[in-house]
Structures are given as C-alpha cells and as structure tokens.
Design a binder for this molecule. Structure first.
Ligand SMILES: Nc1nc2c(ncn2[C@@H]2O[C@H](COP(=O)(O)OP(=O)(O)OP(=O)(O)O)[C@@H](O)[C@H]2O)c(=O)[nH]1
Ligand SMILES: [Mg+2]
Length: 412
C-alpha cells in the first residue's frame, strides 16, 4: 500500500519545440523554387491536476521527474512537425505548490483544479513563413524553443470536512473506524496513529470526509510530539471535532484536555479557534468516567454516535454554506513577456525575456537576411529603446541568449 507522504519535490520540464525547416521547392525548370520549410511542432506542457483518486504525494518520492513530450521538427514540402502531447500529473486535492523562493505559486484545493507547471517550448517557424516581397528566398528558419523546467516543492494539506482532534489514545481512530470504511491501527498506547487517515462518513443524505489526525499534546504548536507536521492538516478542515478522553488518563480532566488542545490550536493558527467545532467526551462506557456535562459518546458501545453524526453534518452544512475554509486560490505565474535589460559589471548588456529570445532564435544568424529580420523584430519589441533608456552607448556589447551584437544608438 502506498504510504502517506505529505511533502515531495518534483522536477517538471515542458517538451521542447521542434525546429522550423529550411527547404525550397524543387521544380523541373527552376533551380530554386519558393521556400516550403514547415513549422516545428510545439512541445507539450506539464500540468498538475488535483485528482481525488490520489491521496498522497508518494509517487514523487523516488520518481520526481515529469516531462511533456517534444514537438517534432518541420520538414520540406510544407510539412509541419507534430505537437508533443501535454502531460497531466495527478496530485491529491489540497496540494500546495511552492517555487524555488518558497512562494506559493499554486494551490490545487479541489478535484479538477489545474495549473501549468512547465510550459512546453514553441515550435520554430519554417522558412516558408519568412517569405516577403523583399525576401524571396529566406534561407533561415526559427529554432525550437526549449521547454521550461524547474523544481517545485509540493506540500499536501488535507481537505477534510471534519478533523478529529484529541490527545493521543483518546479514541479518535476507533471512532473513525466505526463510522467509515477507514481502518487505521487502534491500540492502547499513545501515538498509535502516525499519519492522518481520511474516512468518508455516509449519514442519511450526507457525505462527510473525516480526518483522523495523530494525537496532539501540550507543546504541539512548538513541534512537540508529531506537532506541526500534522497541525497543518487541521488547517483546512471545515469543522473540528474535539475528542476528550472521559477516562481521564494521567489524571487530566476533560476540561483540562479541552483547554490544552484549544490552546495549541490557537497558538498554531488563531483562526482555527473560529472554526465551527463540537466538543465531545469519548469512552462514555469506561470505568471511572468523570463528571463531564457535555455530550458523551462511546465508539465501542455505539452510544451517542448517531446523534454526533447528525450534529457534525449540521455543522459542516453550515460551514459549507458560509464558505468557511474555502479560501482557495489558484495562482498562475504571469508569463514573462516583456523585455528586461541588465547591465553587467564589465559594461556589457544582457537582454532577457521570452519574446526577445525568440526573436534571435534563428537557424543561421550569419545570413544577412536573417540578421535583418531579427533586428527588425527586436526593434519592434522595444529592445533598442529599452537599451537606450538604460544608458547603452554605440559600440557596447549586447547579448541576447547566445546572440551578441554591438549596439548602435539611433541618432535622434
Ligand atoms: N472503553 C472504551 N475504550 C475505547 C473507546 N474508544 C477507544 N477506546 C480504546 O482506547 C484506546 C485508544 O484508541 P485509539 O482509537 O487507538 O486512540 P487514538 O486517539 O486514535 O490514539 P492515537 O492514535 O495514539 O492518537 C484503544 O485501546 C481503544 O480500544 C470507547 O469508546 N470505550
Ligand atoms: Mg489513532
């Protein structure tokens, strides 16, 4: 069985585009016919897609690489290359994606949410596209763009309707095993449950996703016990079920347990205290149960369980209606399209930006025609203006990708 993994790194790479082709029609009585080089196909994108059939990040642990398919090259006779297919990578709903700087770049909260993790490279245009009145025989084509690639950090925050919170050994796993098909380990010692379990509880016409969270202890918010690692799974629950052990282990009264648990939740995330919650005493069938005046249940005898589920369903319905914990956001990193001019310490200049890189990605820039085309396009993109404004002077070296040229300031 796949074990629960709630942190992983993933390396995504979009497929590379195919290169445009340089080709000329062969005609019986013409030495060189018109250009007929086809375009390269686009590389496939890599998408992360929240899929409720997936419950952990386990599959990335030993195999972190995912890539889109490459586009194929264009060919003569106007034949275009094939686009590489997109790759959809399923992740569990509740997956938060962070970029290299630690910023959240996407939050795939619900089934079906998707985010483009790596853009595939655009295919290059074939020489047939560069035909113009002045350029009758373009001997160059656009090169392929490489697919984007990067490492991403994935973190899973479970999406549950109800999180069961309690001290270790309070009977959380026993309860979830009674009301759902989940089968967590149950034993008479603390920290039996080491990873969260989700169970689906069907009650009347309701369906609730309930999370059994490992036990919390005093100091959990500072990392004691299983601490932070699992508190984050409580963060997104719509409602909390606080389970107090009525058999008062270690002489800790139910009231004392409630105080400590709420204190830890509040220290971890103050908003958790505003989450709708039910506080219930467990093991009501046990010996020496202390005088607790709130609702009591026994997962073993079944006492109070139906009533509990009814109240939970009501609480969740209310929370759903008011949109509690729907703070979902799916971010899309804006595409880098503008041009950026950087000055190096040695006085040379560097131009960055996807469109500028595309403008010089031609198969043969030594061809005067190709160079003229590239320069015209850079000019239209505003690269000359940007350089001039940044203080570039005639004769300064400018680099765009692997292309270099000497800047020539316009004489105004
Ligand atoms: N008498 C009685 N015992 C119970 C009841 N519910 C659970 N227990 C017992 O309490 C012990 C702990 O139960 P678990 O369900 O493993 O407790 P837990 O809260 O999941 O514990 P951790 O996973 O360690 O946090 C087991 O021996 C259970 O049989 C109950 O309703 N009545
Ligand atoms: Mg347990």
């Amino acid at each position: 069985m796949a074990s629960f993994v709630d942190e992983a790194q993933i390396h995504v790479k979009g497929g590379d585009g195919g290169a445009g082709s340089v080709s000329f029609r062969r005609e019986a009585h013409v030495a060189k016919g018109g250009p007929d080089g086809g375009d390269g196909g686009d590389g496939g994108h890599v998408w992360l897609v929240a899929d409720s059939n997936i419950s952990s990040l386990f599959s990335f642990r030993d195999h972190p690489h995912r890539r889109g398919a490459n586009g194929t090259h264009g060919m003569g006779k106007g034949r275009h290359g094939k686009a590489g297919g997109d790759l959809a990578v399923p992740v569990p709903p509740g997956t938060v994606v962070r970029g290299p700087d630690g910023d959240v770049v996407a939050d795939l909260a619900r089934h079906g949410d998707q985010w483009m993790a790596a853009r595939g490279g655009a295919g290059g245009r074939g020489n047939a596209r560069f035909l113009s009145n002045r350029r009758r025989a373009p001997a160059f084509a656009e090169q392929a763009e490489l697919g984007e690639e990067r490492w991403l950090d994935l973190e899973l925050k479970l999406m549950a309707d109800v999180a069961i919170v309690g001290f270790p050994n309070a009977g959380k796993s026993t309860l979830i095993s009674k009301v759902s098909a989940a089968k967590p380990k149950i034993a008479d010692y603390p920290f039996t449950t080491l990873e969260p379990h989700l169970g689906v509880v069907r009650f009347a016409e309701h369906e609730l996703v309930v999370a059994d969270i490992p036990g919390l202890i005093e100091g959990a918010s500072e990392g004691k016990g299983l601490g932070h690692k699992f508190l984050r799974h409580i963060e997104r629950a719509r409602a909390l079920l606080v389970l107090l052990d009525l058999t008062a282990p270690d002489g800790r009264s139910p009231e004392e347990q409630e105080r400590v648990l709420l204190d830890e939740l509040g220290r971890y995330e103050p908003q958790l205290l505003e989450r709708p919650r039910l506080v219930v005493g467990s093991k009501a069938d046990g010996e020496d149960v202390s005088g607790w005046h709130g609702q009591r249940i026994s997962a073993i005898s079944g006492d109070g369980i139906k009533e509990l589920l009814g109240r939970l369903a009501g609480l969740v319905d209310e929370a759903r209606a008011s949109g509690v914990s729907e703070g979902r956001f799916v971010l899309h990193r804006p595409e880098q399209s503008g041009v950026l001019v950087l000055r190096h310490p040695d006085g040379s200049w560097e131009v960055e930006g996807r469109s500028a890189l595309r403008a010089v990605a031609l198969s043969d820039l030594t061809i005067p025609d190709a160079l003229e085309y590239a320069q015209g396009r850079l000019k239209r993109l505003g690269v000359d203006r940007a350089l001039q404004r940044a203080g570039a002077k005639s004769g300064d070296l400018v680099r765009i990708g692997s292309f270099q040229f000497d800047f020539e300031a316009d004489i105004a």
